[in-house]
Design a binder for this molecule. Sequence first.
Ligand code: SF4
Length: 396
Amino acid sequence: MNISPELLFHYPWLPSLEEFYSDVSDPVEFLKKFHFKFQLSDYESRILNLFRSAFENLEEINDFIADELNAYLYVFVKILVYIFDNKRIANRIANLYSKQSYKELLNDNEDANLYDICRDLNLNVRYGDSVKFKEVFDKGQKEILETRFSIEFQEYLNLSIYLRDDNRKLCHKALVDGYVYLEKREVKRLLQEFVRRKFMIEDVDDKNALEKLKKEFFKFEEFKSIYDNILNEWELKKEEFEYSVDIHFEEGKEFQGLFPPCIKEIMTKAEEGQNLTHIERLYLVFFLHALNFPNETIIDVFKGLPDFDRKKTEYQVEFAKKKGYTPHSCNTLKSLNLCMAAKYEDPLCLKGYMSKKYNEQRSIKHPLFYVQYHQFKRSMMKNKQRISNKKENESN
Ligand code: SF4
C-alpha cells in the first residue's frame, strides 16, 4: 500500500482503499466480510448518526473516529447510498463527508500527509522549497503568501471546476512552468470537492443489478433494520416543515386527538386487552418515544395486554429508547398492513394536505407529520380564538 493505514482510516476515499480490500471481489463479498467482522453494536449507532448528521445538514460527523471501522463504514455507506438510489440522500452524504474530510485535513498540519494524499490520488503535485508567490492586501495590510505546493495546471482546472468562489480562476493564480502555486488550505479545499464528488450518484441504468444487490443486502437482518431506520428518518425529514411545532409530550396535554389512525387502532386494541403483534408493539413504542412520552406512561399502555409482564415491558421500552429509532414511515406501515387511513376515513391520511411551500396537494409520508400538522392547526385555531376574544373585549 502506498500510504499508511492510519492515513487511510482517516481518509477512506483514497484509492489505496482498493489494496486494503484486495481480498474482496465485489460488494456482496464485502457485506459478508463486514457482517462477519463486526457486531451490530460496533457500527449501528455510527451509521445512524452519520445519516442523521447528513439529514440535519451538520458540518461534521458527530462521533467521527478515524479507526479501521471507519474505512469499512465508508464502503458500507456507499453501498447504502447506491441502494437508496436517491440523489437527495446522496447529496446530503456527499456534503457531510466532504465537510468532515476538509475539517480533518485542516487539523492535520503534516505536509508529508498532504503530499502522500495527493500522490495516492495520482495528482501531479510538486513539493519543494518554500516560494513567495503572491501579495495580497487585506484592509490595507499587505500579506505575502508562501507555499511549498504546486499542482500541474490541467489537473488544477479539472479539480477546481466545481468550486464556486471567483478566486479559483486561473487568472488569479501564480502559474510557473505549467504549475499553479497553491496554499495548503487551497489544496485541501480542492480535495474537499473531490470527496464530495465521490458520493454523487448518476441515475442508475441497471435497475436489475441494483435490485439484486438490495436483495443480498436485506439477507442480513441487521442491515435491513438499519436501512429501514434511515428511510424512516428520511421520510420524516422530507416533511420539514411548514408546520414546525414542538410535538413533545407535556404533562396534562391531550394527545389522543392528535394521533393518526394507525396509532389509534393499536392503542384501542391495547385498551381492549387484545394481543398485539411484535411489530405493532415496536411501532407504538417508537412512536411514543419520539414524542418523549415518559417510560412509565408507555409501559402503562401495555398493562391491559393478556401477556403483560411489567419487568419485561420495562426492559423492552428502555431498550427501544436507547436505540433511538424513528417510528416507521407511512410507506413501511402500508406494506405491513398497519395503515388504517381507509378504516378511519381520515381526510389527511387519504387526501393529503395543501402545501403552501410547494403549492400543491401532497400526501402524508410520516405519522409524526400527522401529529405536527394537527398540532399546528390546533395552535392556529387557538390564536384565532384569542384574537377574536381580544377584539370582543375591546369592543365591550
Ligand atoms: S397514512 Fe400514515 S399516518 Fe395515516 S394511517 Fe396510514 S400510516 Fe398512519
